[in-house]
Each structure stands twice: as C-alpha cells, then as structure tokens.
Design a binder for this molecule. Structure first.
Ligand SMILES: NC(=O)c1ccc[n+]([C@@H]2O[C@H](COP(=O)([O-])OP(=O)(O)OC[C@H]3O[C@@H](n4cnc5c(N)ncnc54)[C@H](O)[C@@H]3O)[C@@H](O)[C@H]2O)c1
Length: 387
C-alpha cells in the first residue's frame, strides 16, 4: 500500500515509518519539525540527539534497504497537503491508500501554558485534520484515515468506558451515540473535536476513518531501531515527556519520582511497539465507506502510584535507588476515581501486547543510565499549572 504518515518525525511517527516500510509498504513521511522547535524553545532537549528526516531516511535505507520518502512542510497549509496527496512533495507520481495522522500538538501542559500556545494547539490540530479530510475528498475518497486519538477524551466518568460509542435507552427508545467526552485539557479537547469532525465527514462525505484512542505510550526501541541513530525522539521533560519515560529518567537522575497529588489517577498505557502493531492492524482492517471506527488503544491500566511502584521494583533489579515524592497536582483532575475502559477491539484483530513488567523497567533504566550525562534535571519538574 501507499502509506502517508503525517507527523512522521515525531515520537510515534518515525518508528511507524520504519515499521511499515519494513513490511514492504511504500511509505512517505511529512513533518514541519514543530516538536523539535518547541523542545528548543522550552530548552528541553530529547535524551538522544535525533538526526533530521533526510538523514534518518538515509540511515534507514542503509540499514534495511527500504526507502522512506520524506518532505518538510506545514500540513495546515493547504497547498502543502495537496502536494502530499499528489506525490509532488516527494517527487513521485503517487497518492496514498492510507494516511496515518499524527501531526498534532500532543502535549496537555503545552496547551495550558498561555494564550498563544492554546491558540496554536486549537488551530494546528483542527486545521491539519480539516485539510486532511479535504485532500482525501479531492484526491482519493477511498483513502483510509487512521487518526491517533487519546483515551483522555473520555475523562474519568463514573460508568464503564466503551470503545467509541454508547448505546442509550431513553424513554422507551434507543440510539447509538459517540461516547460522551469530558477532556481534561485544551489539548484533549482538540482531540475530541478532531474526532467529532471526522465522524461528521464520515456521515456527510462517506470517508473512511479509524480513530485510535490511545493512552500514554512508553519506551524507546522497536524491532527496527536497536541502532541508537534510528531511535525515536525521547523526551522526559514536564511538557513533552509521557509519565513512564519521565519516571525512568527521574529514577536514573536520582530525583524522586514526582507523583502528582494522591497518585490514584488511573490511565491505560502501552508499549511503543504495541502502538506500531495497532496502527498496522488498523490499516490492514480498514473502515468501510462512511464508517467511523473507534478503538481504545491501551493494553493495561495503572494508577500513577502503581507505576511508581513498578519503577521502584525495576530500580532494585537495575541497582538504582529510586524514591517517590507526592507533589501538588498542577492539573485539575480526579485523584481517586472509577475507571473501567473496554479495550478488546485491537486484541480481537490480533494484537499481542507487550506488558509493563519490572524486568522491562530494569532494561529501560539501564538504557537511560548509559545516557545519564545528557539528562537536564531542570527540565523535569512541572512548571505549567491548570489554574
Ligand atoms: N505519545 C503518546 O503517548 C500519545 C498518546 C495518545 C495520543 N497520542 C497522539 O499521537 C499523535 C502523535 O504523538 P507523538 O507523541 O508522536 O507526538 P509528536 O509531537 O512526537 O509527533 C507529532 C509530529 O507532528 C508534527 N506536526 C505537528 N503539527 C504539524 C503540522 N501542522 N504540519 C506538519 N507536521 C506537524 C510534529 O513536528 C511532530 O513531529 C498525536 O496526535 C497525539 O495526540 C500520543
């Protein structure tokens, strides 16, 4: 298949590009380096230096003999999105059969930092999605959109969370609605809005969409990237680092793991390798014309306290002394709550999860420890408050 990856330079995008090209697909990636520029602006460099896309694709070609096409540009610019769909951006006669849409501002704290970052998050995430839909309609209406959503759109309701839809019986009648959304940051709100937009266009224009409501991802290496030069961008700071990756770096740096508030916040998590498997399964099992498929893309749930406990256990195995500290919660969120999400859809398609164990934590800690000298301790503590 011809597969276009929007946001292909990012934490998930680059490993996805290598994974899909290793399966024999013709893969093209695009990115405007927003993530790298934001890390520079916030003085939060990733743990490992990351070559630019041109260099990454050359390294990948040399390691695997697979070509990944790449182009730099802003997908909120309609002309650039058009060039990606005609192949002009890559010097190819090419149109995608499937698009993986990662190209959004993915950080909750970034979206809550100030007015300009809120405005950027809103416009970037919705405009890139809207341009994508318009390009699909214009150039290949059969093209399947696989968009990365987030479990954070559901919030923490006091009833079970279903996969995307809720069947409601009301006054003797029944109807199937999208599951109600209660996002907890402006970023999460934009992910609810882009999902609503895609559902709208499925109904109006019969486009095909799969929305993968994902939990926080952890990990660095995949089957294609045991070479450090091919590794993904690994952030551990308070803005772009996801919680497990941040805890790993705190443990190695000898800083207490910063548990926000009581630490009873429960979320679903998954290994980076499982993200790649889920995206591939979604591509291989496309939505029908007019269908908006939703999967909950997590493999297990933990409270933050349970995660900290696992890092402690892994630290013991790796010979690293780990401590934990509860700090004032910078976010507004329930710190103890009911949480029972359904996540059977991707397993039914064949997903075989890599679960988080203390052995795995120990291996990740050993990797981070090899790069201890690059850790910027001042980048870790939370600086953005919700109120
Ligand atoms: N990483 C996670 O734990 C996680 C969890 C749930 C959902 N997601 C979702 O997955 C997607 C990817 O997340 P990620 O962690 O890889 O983030 P990321 O920031 O590393 O990747 C996104 C990439 O898109 C690029 N981008 C953003 N706006 C763009 C634009 N207008 N034009 C071109 N490129 C643009 C960025 O430069 C970046 O390289 C996001 O949509 C995020 O909401 C991620």
């Amino acid at each position: 298949m011809n597969i276009l990856i929007l946001g292909g330079d990012g934490y998930l995008g680059w490993p996805t590009a290598m994974h899909l090209s290793a399966q024999g697909h013709s893969v093209a990636v695009v990115d405007n380096y927003f993530r790298r520029k934001a890390c520079d602006e916030l003085q939060s460099p990733p743990l490992l230096p990351v070559p630019d896309l041109g260099e990454r694709t050359r390294l990948w070609q040399a390691a695997s003999n697979h070509t990944v096409h790449c182009a730099e540009g802003d997908l909120c610019v309609w002309e650039f999105m058009q060039d990606c769909f005609t192949g002009k951006a890559f010097g190819l006669d090419w149109t995608p059969d499937a698009v993986v849409h990662y190209a959004e501002q993915p950080s909750a704290p970034y979206s809550m930092m100030d007015r300009d970052k809120a405005a950027f998050t809103l416009s970037n995430n919705l405009m890139s999605t809207m341009n994508l839909v318009q390009a699909v309609k214009e150039f290949n209406p059969a093209c399947h959109i696989v968009k990365l959503g987030t479990m954070g759109v559901y919030g923490t309701p006091d009833i079970d969370i279903e996969e995307g839809y809720l069947d409601v019986d009301y006054k003797g009648r029944s109807h199937r609605f999208l599951y109600p959304k209660t996002p907890g940051s402006l970023y999460h709100l934009t992910k609810a809005q882009d999902g609503d937009m895609l559902y709208f266009y499925c109904r109006i224009w019969d486009i095909r969409v799969t929305d993968l409501n994902q939990g926080p991802v952890y990990g660095i290496f995949t089957d294609q990237s045991d070479d450090e030069q091919l590794a993904t961008i690994f952030n551990y700071d308070d803005v772009f680092g996801t919680v497990v990756n941040r805890f790993l770096v705190q443990a190695v740096a000898g800083i207490p793991l910063t548990v926000y508030g009581k630490g009873g916040q429960t979320r679903g998590y998954l290994d980076l390798r499982d993200t790649l498997a889920c995206v591939e399964l979604a591509i291989l099992n496309p939505a029908q014309a007019g269908e908006y498929k939703v999967y909950n893309q997590i493999t297990e749930t933990f409270t933050v306290n349970e995660l900290a406990e696992l890092i402690l256990e892994g630290g013991k195995q790796a010979g690293i002394d780990v401590t934990v500290k509860n700090i004032e919660n910078p976010r507004r969120e329930a710190e103890e709550h009911y949480y029972n999400p359904t996540y059977t859809g991707l397993k039914d398609l064949g997903l075989e999860p890599h679960l988080l164990t203390s052995d795995k934590v120990a291996r990740m800690l050993e990797f981070v420890a090899r790069h201890k000298g690059r850790i910027r301790e001042d980048a870790i503590m939370p600086k953005v408050k919700w109120t």
